[in-house]
Design a protein around this ligand. Structure first.
Ligand code: GRF
Length: 216
């Protein structure tokens, strides 16, 4: 597969971390975007709270350092998050990208990296927060759902919204098909949002994101 972290080809790229618990298709989209030079970044580390996460395999295939943080080894959420903070600090990452990371991060973690944590969610927030957003939208009979990339604050699926894109839900569609179409949008949106953050184009006015114009 080869490395995504080619300094000679890409110049000095800002280090980011990607945190995953599962398949890692969004991680793969970020790796691919870096390879295709649609995203100027370097994934310094991939962290997972699940040893069996396929995301870890994807990272290893791309020569990206991986760290498994086992929540069972820690007495509390805060203690586990302190370990996550230590790992992230050791890699000196500029941005932390949650990509299907199924743990709720503690206020200590959020405060430490305030406005430097992104999350991607498979619905148009504030509609359908939580771990089963696509299934919830289908069960509700929603005709439109979508994808949200947002900054992470102390509340779940709640922080300032960076990018959103709608996905129409056709009544005759299977869940599998909707999931595929939502993921396709995710894979396009996340690298774009990461680049906006790394380019310093995100300005917060209260909880509203204003995107600064791109530098010429
Ligand atoms: C994505 O749908 C993302 O929006 C949500 O978790 C899922 C992760 O999928 N937060 P993958 O592991 O990137 O394939």
């Amino acid at each position: 597969m080869g490395t995504q972290n080619n300094f000679k080809k890409h110049g000095v790229c800002p280090p980011i971390a990607v945190l995953c618990s599962g398949q890692g298709t969004n991680l793969q989209a970020v790796i691919n975007a870096i390879r295709a030079r649609r995203l100027r970044a370097r994934i310094a580390v991939v962290i997972s709270d699940r040893a069996a996460a396929f995301a870890l395999v994807r990272a290893k295939r791309a020569d990206i350092p991986t760290v498994f943080v086992d929540p069972k080894h820690y007495a509390s959420r805060a203690a586990c998050d302190r370990r996550l903070i230590a790992v992230l600090q050791s890699y000196q990452v500029r941005l932390i990208c949650l990509a299907g990371f199924m743990r709720v991060l503690s206020p200590v973690f959020v405060r430490r990296f305030r406005n430097r944590i992104l999350n991607i969610h498979p619905a148009l927030l504030p509609a359908f927060p939580g771990a089963h957003a696509i299934q919830d939208a289908l069960a509700w009979g929603a005709r439109v759902s979508g994808v949200t990339v947002h900054l992470v604050d102390e509340h779940v699926d709640h922080g300032p919204i960076l990018l959103q894109e709608a996905v129409a839900i056709r009544p005759e569609e299977t869940e599998k098909r909707v999931v595929t179409r939502v993921h396709q949008v995710e894979h396009r949106l996340y690298p774009k949002a990461i680049q906006l953050m790394l380019d310093g184009r995100v300005k917060l006015v209260g909880r509203v994101v204003r995107l600064k114009a791109a530098r010429a």
